[in-house]
Design a protein around this ligand. Structure first.
Ligand SMILES: Cc1cc2nc3c(=O)[nH]c(=O)nc-3n(C[C@H](O)[C@H](O)[C@H](O)COP(=O)(O)O)c2cc1C
Length: 388
């Protein structure tokens, strides 16, 4: 049996999103779905290494959040090794390496993120280093290309080299390329076109590997359509942040075939209140503050009666409330009882035919070239940790 036979990637995961998928958002998400895999925000290896005395504030999470994946980023093998070792104590279910972030701070000054797609040999080394410092499965999240390096063959070279040089058997593919100059990170998630055909061609050309599709999938119906079309897993980001109830509320039933949790938003908020009060100021004055804890709740009533009022009252209440209880007492009356007490029963909607035509668009198979990909790579000095 090969590693890839034994390993099953998550069917549904919530994307890593800096500033969004913090402990508070993940707590809310887990109250709504028991099965979705949660990702942390990206943490730079250097942050973990330099904050060794303060790791809990970056790495600790409640056991309810399992299954959970830590995403790390970096360009220095020693720091990646050490960060992985330090993170190990926290029992993450998987470690994911970021090869998709186009932000100038990361892919520019930091020289990691999406820029690493141009250096697959380094990524292979990094993944080996990460894997040898953890028992958790290791995975890569990447784009389908960077700048002019956007051919299907170059993407295949990247996948081939990384999976040949390391135990990486699962890739999460954000199905658009990254443009490293001239576009803001948010434009880089909007302007380069989605090319789902590259994703589905990877399924065809690397049958021993696992692939999760990401990018532009807006509902659980569309996630289900991707799985039915052959994707091993689906990852959603913005849709689950902007509309957590009507997306995550259907994951357990539609994707995992489990019974509905039968929870209402009133009950979600009661549980979240207990969580929120317990963590307010846990790491010092204002860390976290009430605004941090309220942020994930803002979209809980997306497209429901009272949503506008809820948001307006939230802005006003955050100016003076100091506890989550006083905040909710002030803001919650904006939402009618029938909304607060309803289940996620409305039928999930979305484009069931999102991937219907994609097989007609597949690029030609990645073939013999693959065996030469490693030879074509420039050799790069390997940074080794003397102490290892
Ligand atoms: C606010 C924000 C922050 C993000 N931060 C990260 C990150 O830390 N690591 C990462 O790999 N991707 C990050 N992404 C990209 C998402 O993980 C995802 O790949 C992208 O949003 C496309 O998926 P979607 O169309 O479902 O949103 C971020 C996206 C957003 C909107």
């Amino acid at each position: 049996m090969t590693v890839s036979d034994a390993y099953s990637p998550p069917l549904f995961s919530i994307a890593p999103m800096m500033g969004w998928t913090d402990n508070h958002y993940r707590t809310l998400a887990r109250l709504i779905t028991k099965h979705a895999w949660l990702y942390t925000e990206m943490l730079a290896a250097e942050t973990i290494v330099y904050q060794e005395d303060n790791l809990d504030s970056f790495l600790a999470y409640s056991p309810d959040q399992h299954p959970i994946v830590l995403q790390i980023g970096g360009r220095n093998l020693e720091n990646l090794a050490k960060a992985t070792r330090l993170a190990n104590a926290y029992g993450y279910d998987e470690i994911n390496f970021n090869c998709g972030c186009p932000s100038p701070k990361v892919s520019g000054r930091g020289c990691f993120g999406a820029l690493l797609m141009l250096d697959p040999k380094f990524v292979g080394e990094a993944m080996s280093v990460i894997a040898s410092n953890t028992n958790a499965a290791v995975t890569v999240k990447c784009r389908i290309g960077v700048d002019d390096h956007d051919s299907y063959n170059e993407l295949c070279d990247f996948i081939h080299i990384v999976s040949s040089l390391s135990p990486t058997k699962h890739f999460i593919i954000h199905s658009r390329k990254a443009l490293l100059s001239g576009l803001s990170p948010s434009d880089n998630r909007r302007i380069p076109p989605l090319k789902y055909e590259f994703f589905f061609a990877l399924l065809r050309d690397f049958p021993d590997l696992k692939f999760t599709i990401n990018g532009g999938i807006n509902s659980v119906v569309e996630a289900d359509a991707a799985l039915r079309s052959g994707a091993h897993g689906v990852m959603l980001g913005r849709a689950v942040y902007y509309n957590p109830w009507h997306t995550l509320g259907h994951v357990d039933t539609v994707i995992y075939g489990s019974p509905s949790s039968g929870i209402t938003r009133r009950q979600v908020l009661e549980k979240y209140q207990v969580y929120g009060e317990s963590v307010l100021g846990k790491y010092g004055k204002g860390r976290p503050n009430l605004r941090d804890i309220v942020r994930p709740l803002i979209n809980l009533f997306h497209s429901e009666s009272g949503n506008g009022q809820w948001k307006r009252r939230t802005d006003a209440a955050l100016l003076h409330c100091t506890t989550l209880k006083s905040f909710l007492d002030e803001v919650l009356p904006a939402i009618p009882d029938f909304v607060l007490d309803s289940f996620a029963f409305k039928e999930a909607t979305g484009r069931e035919d999102l991937f219907a035509d994609v097989r007609r668009l597949l690029p030609p198979p990645y073939g013999k070239e693959s065996s030469k990909a490693l030879e074509r790579m420039p050799t790069r000095p390997v940074i080794l940790d003397e102490e290892e």
